[in-house]
Ligand binder design. Structure first.
Ligand SMILES: [Fe+2]
Length: 435
């Protein structure tokens, strides 16, 4: 079947964490059982589980795939170069308490696809313990050809900053543009096409428990990211006999096996272990309507819990357009030192705590207990601003926040696009103390 070139008119299945079902051919999805003696149309039934069989229903993720050939039919995987991809444990360099900032990763000059274009910034934890995260940039100018990718090490939360991504996954297609996020679950195979020719963005590779929506507590039954705005693909399959390299990130390294056919051959599926898309502009931003700036956890889109209640392995947080109305309040993010570690990126526009230097495609890293907050220009302006209702709508920033310090890679520290002298943005904050 024709599965489209640019993905602008794709169908999706809405909801988060629920049971989806989809069939590209009517009647391909078995009714009333998962593993009939003979699946419809001679398809093979295969379960793909993202959580242990016995995890609680609220967290359990698995999908049943009905495919032309089983995934098991492949020769041995062999090691291939990792490129600039690194994984936890991160031991390139000593952990660094300094505040770090980078300009955008330059687009490549040579033909580079999404996998080749992954450059690891840093991370924490350990892929083999399924704890922690890896943070990557990507910059690519070539669609993936003759190969697909998956990570056994974690789920890929992809944040496009420039150029759309057409994600052709085993379960169907997603088109992710700047302002969207896309998530590819652990183990799901996908190919990335670049309908705009080039693409750049960020990835949080979450080794830990799958991202879920945060609990809402006293907020109530609605708000923040609403479940109905998450979009899973519908079944779309390739029935091709072209040899395809399946690149598998496993144990921090890349491995490859050549399949005799396209592994994107799932004709029907049902389940909850699914890729999804979310438009960050749909985030229902909540904030103070009296005084003070709420802690930024109020902007959490997705959270990957740890075994400690309230302590996230990773949070994905968005700073979306919103109104600021606080009375007698310093309205930008306050000065702070946190036990959690923060990696920030900017999708477009500007961020309200930094007057300059933090640019679209760039990034900053404020590690555990590193002091940070508004720069001098922002402090001076916000301290004297007239406190009329103010709409902050000139940018879209996000944060990967994590429980453990983020250890940078050697290449991120020595990168040409790292900004030297970041500390100077807090120079000149005047001594205003007077008795
Ligand atoms: Fe911060």
């Amino acid at each position: 079947m024709d599965i489209g070139q640019d993905g602008k008119d794709l169908d999706y299945s809405a909801g988060f964490g629920n049971e989806h079902s989809s069939e590209a051919v009517p009647g391909a999805l078995p009714v009333g059982r998962n593993a009939p003696q003979r699946a419809p149309f001679g398809l093979y039934a295969e379960q793909l589980s993202g959580t242990a069989f016995t995890e609680p229903r609220a967290h359990n993720r698995r999908s049943w795939l009905y495919r032309i050939r089983p995934s098991a039919a492949h020769p041995p995987f062999h090691r291939v170069p990792n490129g600039s991809l690194r994984s936890g444990p991160f031991q390139d360099v000593e952990p660094d308490p300094n505040r770090l900032r980078w300009g955008p990763l330059p687009l490549p000059a040579e033909p580079t696809d999404f996998v080749q274009g992954l450059v690891t910034v840093g991370g924490n934890g350990d892929v083999l313990r399924r704890e922690g995260i890896g943070i990557h940039w990507y910059a690519a100018n070539h669609s993936m050809q003759g190969r697909v990718f998956s990570s056994a090490d974690g789920e890929f939360l992809i944040v496009p900053q420039q150029g759309a991504l057409l994600l052709r996954t085993e379960l169907g297609m997603l088109r992710a543009e700047p302002g969207h996020i896309a998530l590819i679950p652990r183990g799901v195979r996908f190919r990335v096409d670049l309908p705009d020719g080039t693409a750049r963005g960020y990835v949080c590779e979450n080794y830990g428990r799958p991202f879920q929506l945060p609990e809402l507590g006293p907020i109530g039954a609605n708000g923040l990211a609403n479940a109905r705005d998450f979009l899973a693909p519908v079944a779309a399959y390739e029935d091709g006999d072209e040899e395809t390299d399946v690149i598998n990130k496993f144990g921090g390294n890349l491995w490859s096996a050549r399949y005799s056919h396209s592994p994107l051959d799932v004709v029907a599926w049902h389940g909850s272990h699914v890729p999804y898309l979310y438009d960050l502009r749909r985030f229902n931003v909540l904030g103070s309507i009296s005084y003070d700036h709420p802690d930024p956890s109020i902007f959490t889109v997705l959270t990957s819990p740890s075994d400690t209640p309230g302590l996230a392995g990773a949070d994905f947080v968005v700073f979306a357009p919103r109104w600021l109305v606080g009375e007698d309040t310093f309205r930008p993010p306050y000065f702070h030192r946190n036990v959690m570690s923060e990696f920030m990126g900017l999708i477009e526009g500007a961020y309200d705590a930094k007057a300059e230097g933090f640019v679209p495609g760039g990034a900053s890293l404020h590690n555990m207990m590193s002091a940070h907050g508004p720069d001098r220009a922002t402090f001076d302006r916000a301290s004297t601003a007239e406190l009329i209702p103010q709409r902050v709508d000139d940018g879209l920033a996000f944060m990967f926040e994590t429980r453990w310090p983020i250890v940078p890679t050697e290449s991120a520290l020595s990168a040409g696009h790292r900004q030297q002298g970041y500390d100077t943005v807090w120079e000149g904050l005047a001594r205003n103390f007077r008795l």
